[in-house]
Ligand binder design. Structure first.
Ligand code: SAM
Length: 176
């Protein structure tokens, strides 16, 4: 697995997108990303929500805002691979096996309007089916196909034990 997996969320609108952007951050963390960059409006409250999940369920997700995501992407591709998820792209399952697991990876997901530049800067424009749906679904499917297995968070306070019917949650603080 890449040493660095970044999710770059473009065009966040603070009043309108907090739920969907939070879900992107949660999917990023759960499926192995270690950095979540937000472009568009700044949103500390949304970052705090993500950090509180990491505090209980473990892992470290770096959250940060970028004022200049195109500049950041241009720098990133000098040493890493940038994947733009778009319904106009090539079928992701065909391309995933060719993506290096040794280089840093950035997965770019759009908001309401994606600048043309993104298509040109990223090394790959990949589709999760060629139908419009959701950035959350696209990110989850892509990361699931790219990572070998979902990360285990050794520092978790709360750990869920798979259970066919009820809920089994181990609380480290209660077992000490
Ligand atoms: N209208 C926007 C545009 O300019 O392309 C896209 C809006 S869409 C709700 C938001 C994001 O979801 C897209 O930018 C893309 O990252 C992701 N997305 C939606 N459908 C997708 C698909 N079939 N494959 C990959 N990504 C998809």
């Amino acid at each position: 697995m890449c040493a660095e997996v970044v999710v770059l969320r473009l065009g966040h609108r603070k009043g309108r997108d907090p739920r969907i952007t939070t879900h992107l951050g949660l999917v990023a963390r759960a499926f192995g990303a270690n950095r979540f960059i937000l472009a568009g409006d700044e949103d500390e409250e949304m970052f705090n929500g993500l950090q509180s999940v990491a505090k209980s369920f473990g892992g470290r997700l770096i959250t940060e805002h970028s004022d200049a995501p195109m500049k950041w992407l241009k720098e990133f591709i000098k040493t890493g691979t940038a994947i733009h998820l778009t319904m106009y792209g090539l079928p992701f399952r065909q391309v995933v096996p060719a993506i290096s697991k040794d280089l840093p990876l950035c997965v770019v997901v759009g908001g309401s309007k994606v600048p043309r530049q993104v298509y040109e800067i990223c090394q790959h424009n990949l589709a999760v089916g060629n139908q419009p749906h959701s950035e959350v679904a696209a990110l989850a499917l892509f990361l699931d196909s790219f990572i070998v297995s979902a990360p285990q968070f050794e520092d978790a306070r709360l750990t869920i034990e798979p259970n066919a019917r009820g809920k089994s949650v181990l609380d480290r603080d209660e077992s000490e």
